[in-house]
Write a new protein. Structure first.
Length: 267
């Protein structure tokens, strides 16, 4: 068999595998929307099945034809096809990673570390009606005051005064379980989890966060907040760690303590 034909087969196999991998990556990246927010064993089972099926399909796309050729006695052609297919895929990986690094260096891609959270300073701006807004979004700009279109900042009251709050939330993000089986008398405590923590006003988490902060290596975080009801959501993975959201009410002049739990999926 001519080497040119082997080259074409290898290129087609690599393109097919790359397109399938891109499809699976898209499903995983949008898993929360695809599954409608479903978490727990059902979501984990679905994604694990997807991983297994993907590995099988990618393996067949990469090594299926080379295996058939090898069993038919075309050993040289089979080995060349397998090597060239993997080589094309490796080249694609290098080009994609190079594009990502170049884009990140140029500031084209936002920082996606720890779920894409942006740690903004914990300040508030007093609006003319007496309410307060915090910094939010990728640029840590102040959210719009009630009745404003979002392009203007709050007017002075001592207008536009930036103040720290004497109320808010102190919490810890814990990751567990850490052991599939715990025998009687043994301990397997949850571990602290360093991740982003998004804080929303009220219970609607489909809106833009009021504030996004970062828990430290001990899982601890502190957020200065004006009194009111808030929903806290720790950044997890897809599908694990799966972090539960929690709603709290912040009272004037005090801090409320909270623990945010993230499920490792270990059973």
């Amino acid at each position: 068999m001519k080497d040119g034909k082997i080259f074409r087969y290898a290129l087609l196999h690599a393109i097919g595998a790359i397109l399938y991998i891109a499809l699976v990556a898209s499903i995983i990246a949008n898993g929360e929307q695809v599954l409608g927010g479903v978490q727990g064993p059902l979501a984990g089972t679905a994604f694990l099945l997807l991983f297994v099926i993907s590995a099988a399909i990618t393996g067949m796309a990469t090594f299926g034809r080379p295996l058939v050729w090898f069993l038919d006695g075309k050993k040289r052609e089979a080995i060349m096809l397998a090597i060239m297919t993997v080589g094309f895929m490796a080249l694609a990986a290098v080009l994609i990673l190079g594009g990502i690094f170049a884009g990140a260096s140029a500031g084209i891609f936002p920082d996606g570390n720890n779920g894409g959270g942006v740690a903004c300073t914990m300040e508030a701006k007093i609006c003319s009606d007496g309410t307060a807004v915090g910094r939010t979004g990728p640029n840590c700009e102040f959210a719009a005051c009630p009745g404003e279109d979002g392009d203007e900042f709050p007017v002075d009251i001592d207008v536009g005064e930036i103040v720290p709050f004497d109320s808010g939330v102190r919490g810890t993000v814990l990751l567990g379980p850490q052991c599939p089986v715990v025998r009687e008398g043994e301990e397997c405590p949850d571990k602290p989890y360093k991740t982003s923590v998004s804080i929303y006003r009220g219970i609607d988490v489909s809106t833009r966060p009021f504030l996004t902060i970062q828990s430290d290596a001990d899982g601890a975080f502190v957020a200065d907040l004006p009194p009111g009801e808030y929903t806290l959501f720790a950044g997890g993975g897809r599908p694990f760690p799966a972090c539960a959201q929690s709603t709290v009410t912040v009272a004037p002049g005090g801090f409320i303590s909270i623990v945010l739990s993230c499920d490792t999926g270990i059973r």
